[in-house]
Write a protein that binds this ligand. Structure first.
Ligand code: AMP
Length: 182
């Protein structure tokens, strides 16, 4: 199954995505995680991405796309994937559509995890990541609204909206129930 999970940071997307991917036996591909692991070991890619990540800006597409394209060609991604944190813009979404078409794949479903703003901000402050300063948080929410919401129109009927408020198991159950028998 080829899936996307969308939603603002702080909606519990990362936690839910890891659980869901393992349940479905498909790789969880998070662009934020890939950037962070590159940063940690000091790769060229990590160094290029750092200045954008530090201030909550999007890393340029030229860098991000190549990374996603490579990851999607790996063997484990041939049986399906759960993309998390990509696409974040219409440009990325149209690129992904072409990239998947070129490799004879389509998206099966787009999951949108939602939560009220107060909860998003307090969850982000609580996890204490180095890029979770109040300024970077508010910048990321602005960017999310401006860039990511139009993706919902683009994906149309493929989108399932899931309430992210509640216990981890409860939310996971809601996500799974959108996928039908798996
Ligand atoms: P995340 O873990 O998804 O919150 O991502 C952390 C940071 O990585 C973001 O604030 C961006 O700087 C960068 N990033 C992650 N995914 C993307 C993407 N699809 N396009 C551009 N930048 C991204």
């Amino acid at each position: 199954m080829n899936l996307l999970i969308l939603g603002p940071q702080g909606a519990g997307k990362g936690t839910q995505a890891v659980l869901l991917a393992s349940r479905l036996g498909i790789p969880h591909i998070s662009t934020g995680d890939i950037f962070r692991s590159n940063l940690k070991v000091g790769t060229k890619l990590g160094k290029k991405a750092q200045k954008y990540m530090d201030v909550g800006e999007l890393v340029p597409d030229s860098i991000t796309r190549e990374m996603v394209a490579e990851r999607l060609t790996e063997a484990d991604a041939q049986r399906g994937f759960l993309l998390d944190g990509f696409p974040r813009t219409m440009v990325q979404a149209t690129w992904l559509k072409d990239e998947l078409a070129n490799t004879h794949r389509i998206l099966d479903r787009v999951l949108l995890l939602t939560a009220p703003d107060e909860q998003l901000v307090s969850r982000m402050l609580a996890r204490g990541r180095s890029d979770d300063t109040p300024e970077a948080i508010s910048r990321r929410l602005d960017i999310y609204r401006a860039n990511t919401q139009p993706l919902l129109d683009f994906y149309g009927d493929l989108v399932s909206v899931v309430d992210g408020v509640g216990a981890i198991d409860e939310v996971q159950h809601r996500l799974l129930s959108q996928l039908g028998p798996v």
